[in-house]
Design a protein around this ligand. Sequence first.
Ligand code: NAD
Ligand code: UDP
Ligand code: UDP
Length: 319
Amino acid sequence: MRKYNASKRMLVTGGAGFLGSHLCDRLIEQGHDVLCVDNFFTGTKRNVEHLLDHPRFELMRHDVTFPLYIEVDEIFNLACPASPIHYQHDPVQTTKTSVHGAINMLGLAKRVRAKILQASTSEVYGDPEIHPQTEDYWGNVNPIGIRSCYDEGKRCAETLFFDYWRQHALPIKVARIFNTYGPRMQPNDGRVVSSFIVQALKGDPITVFGDGGQTRSFCYVDDLVEAITRLMLTGEGCTGPINLGNNSEFTILELAEKVISYTNSRSKLIFKPLPQDDPRQRQPDLTKAKAALNWEPKVALEDGLKETIAYFRRSLELS
Ligand code: NAD
Ligand code: UDP
Ligand code: UDP
């Protein structure tokens, strides 16, 4: 695996969010200059406050739907709300963030000839009929449903990335990220791992949607950040799209049981209706990622959940 041999100027959009803040940490550790750009819609200054005094770190409040004229070497485009309750809160803004945000960041990359990575998503596969999902599967996506602002926005962003690559020979990387969890998720973001842990720690009922038989594959944030930084280091031949995540698949019911057990909670399960277009199953085929990045996820669900539980325990005590 090639290593960075010189410090670079890195732009991380959405850098004050869950994944973005861990990525900023990693890039600073690697010796780079990091510009974190965020409009703080779902991210917070708190996620990067430990970096604020660092001489190689800079934080800028900015919305990527507006142009940004700066000088950088590489761009990690992560700006976009990721949890269903947040991306459905203002769906038009969600599509704008994915599409206008991609155009602006691609325009910036084109002007300064920067390498640019897009945080795409397993949602581009919609409710998949192919299992596990391989990158050549085109997906089963509802274009007019409540998840469409996110799914179609991210699909259009991928189209833009590949058109800038074809039309302007821009060096691009498209990562299709599968469900990722860990410290700095927001306690109220409605995503399943954060919700279950917070409910279990408070002794509240655990809200299982549907019968809990739907599956997901959960990746711990450290593994994901490692994969993203490795993807950025690959040569120009490696554009992706490339699946990144963990391929151990669990039902939501199994997740609920594990969370209850690791928190020693007395919470009971309650069943709520399954949201519209909620995918029944999801598991990444990681063959490409393993070959191209010499990488595979290492953190077992039990270990990752325990770290995340410890984080939420501390944050709930503080609040
Ligand atoms: P997050 O909501 O914690 O982070 C997103 C960040 O983007 C936040 O800090 C938010 O304030 C910022 N943002 C939103 N709109 C913006 C705008 N218009 N301009 C500037 N900043 C803006 O979510 P996350 O889980 O860290 O996700 C980061 C990226 O990874 C997203 O693009 C998401 O779609 C993608 N992704 C995440 C997962 C996952 O499981 N966490 C899975 C697939 C894809
Ligand atoms: N852009 C930006 N920063 C730059 C260069 C471009 O934000 O440094 C934005 C600008 O708003 C532009 C968009 O990126 O509209 C797309 O740029 P591109 O050069 O591809 O297209 P054009 O300028 O012809 O619309
Ligand atoms: N889910 C659940 N209870 C919750 C939140 C989510 O049962 O309180 C389910 C949800 O219906 C979905 C799965 O957990 O099947 C993952 O949901 P999440 O919003 O975390 O991610 P996504 O659906 O985007 O994969």
